[in-house]
Design a protein around this ligand. Structure first.
Ligand SMILES: NC(=O)c1ccc[n+]([C@@H]2O[C@H](COP(=O)([O-])OP(=O)(O)OC[C@H]3O[C@@H](n4cnc5c(N)ncnc54)[C@H](O)[C@@H]3O)[C@@H](O)[C@H]2O)c1
Length: 418
């Protein structure tokens, strides 16, 4: 019998997954945001991950706002957010709520697969008790669970969901095999069946913690180079000529993966009485970068005798990474806030960021095209390497004294790089 799959949470992770499953299996996509469902029914994806051709190909996919419509599914996949609270502790409330919502719908032999990034043990110790409590069913007797972390990289056209090897796991060997075969049927790059759910959870969270640390290392090198008056980019270029030097670049580390997941891991470690030093050090370095960048731009402007109060600054890029419209947890906004504290007047240019979302975070005006801006700036900060900036000509928007600070080494002419 072909099983029906329900995907709970249709964001950056859930929608591409629903599309891939919807090409082959009866698939029900569900989200608590009715606007999102309305847009998806009209084949519009505001995250720009999915185009109209993809929607067309997903012939067996339907979108739902009523949770009751998922009750005939046999496989439930949960792809809801796992952010941090204001104290940088894991906020697993979305995972728990989604579990609570689907629990009453479960029937015998159903499988619930969690895809959201979380700390090891969360699936079995935090989510399963909720499923049991709200379904009156017994774990591993009446229902089964799995964990299969998502590894997509929004904005990356080369590594799409089917091209990225997927880790799978399940609560019994038979269920693990079934889950693995299910994913193997849509992931052309293949799957890796982990020996346990905890291994799969830990594997995901350390992938991002490792990346965070590698970037923290080059960020620290950039801070030291700045004190030495040496160009970091030139140092990295020289070091990269050794075969085993890792090609990481310094920069702002934002978004909802690399800058968040390490806190999930450190939280769990603290709970167990171990206080991670290396992982926490990386976080400290990366979290301090926005302030360093703002202060560096101010110093560069002072060195050129530019008056800081009411200085006009253009920021190129506000999203958390290049070629992607996602601004969640973008560290560019911390740079903006600090420059505003110095009394500077900020203008933003980003061809991808969604204006209504940006206006919730800052009062600085946002433009999508340089030609719409009729101003000359005292300072320009390239913060995000969108491909549209590669050929940008700033001549008519700057003056002789203007400072151009390029964090991403994209611009042909700049006065300073990170
Ligand atoms: N975005 C990425 O690049 C990426 C990559 C790998 C892993 N992840 C992880 O995947 C998970 C989801 O991330 P995302 O970026 O897709 O988040 P997102 O915010 O883009 O999407 C989550 C969706 O879930 C919906 N939602 C919240 N609670 C719900 C509920 N109870 N029932 C139904 N829908 C609900 C929201 O309305 C939203 O549309 C997170 O754990 C994240 O860390 C994200």
């Amino acid at each position: 019998m072909t099983k029906t799959i329900a995907i709970i949470g249709l964001g950056y992770v859930g929608l591409p997954l629903a599309i891939e499953f919807g090409k082959k299996y009866p698939t029900l996509g569900f989200d608590i945001n009715p606007t999102r469902i309305e847009e998806l029914r009209n084949r519009f994806d505001r995250t720009h991950q999915i185009n109209s051709h993809d929607f067309q190909e997903a012939k067996f996919l339907s979108f739902h706002t009523d949770i009751q419509e998922l009750k005939n599914a046999q496989i439930y996949i949960i792809t809801v957010p796992t952010p941090l609270d204001e104290y940088k502790n894991p906020d697993i409330s979305y995972l728990l709520n989604a579990s609570k919502m689907i629990a009453p719908l479960l029937s015998s032999k159903d499988i619930i697969i969690y895809e959201s990034t979380t700390y090891p043990t969360c699936t079995l110790k935090d989510c399963v008790p909720i499923l049991e409590q709200y379904s009156s069913l017994k774990y591993n007797i009446d229902f089964f669970v799995g964990y299969s972390p998502e590894r997509i990289n929004p904005g990356d056209r080369e590594h799409k969901l089917p091209d990225i090897k997927k880790i799978t796991s399940g609560s019994t060997p038979e269920v693990a095999k079934e889950i693995d075969e299910l994913y193997a049927s849509i992931i052309t790059a293949g799957t890796y069946l982990a020996p346990s759910i905890e291994v799969a959870e830990m594997a995901k969270v350390i992938e991002n913690a490792q990346r965070d640390l590698n970037i923290a290392f080059v960020n620290e090198i950039a801070l030291i180079c700045d004190k030495l008056g040496i160009e970091t980019q030139e140092v990295l270029k020289a070091s990269s000529t050794k075969w085993n030097f890792l090609p990481f670049k310094p920069g702002l580390v934002g978004g909802h993966c690399i800058s968040i997941d390490p806190y999930y891991l450190t939280h769990k470690a603290h709970e167990l009485g171990y206080h991670p030093r290396v992982i926490s050090a990386g976080r400290l370095v990366n979290d301090a970068m926005p302030s360093f960048v703002a202060q560096k731009l101010i110093k560069l402007m002072i060195a050129k005798d530019i008056k800081i109060l009411r200085a006009k600054i253009l920021i190129l890029g506000v999203t958390f990474k290049e070629n992607c419209n996602d601004i969640r947890n973008s560290k560019v906004f911390e740079v903006i806030d600090e420059l505003i504290e110095y009394g500077c007047e900020i203008t933003l240019l980003d061809p991808l960021a969604i204006p209504e979302e940006v206006s919730k975070l800052t009062s600085a005006p946002l433009y999508s095209n340089l030609s719409e801006i009729n101003k000359r700036f005292d300072g320009v900060l390239l913060a995000v390497a969108h491909k549209e900036f590669e050929e940008i000509d700033l001549a008519s928007h700057t003056h002789n004294q203007s400072v151009i600070y390029d964090l991403k080494d994209v611009l042909k002419s700049s006065h300073a790089r990170l």
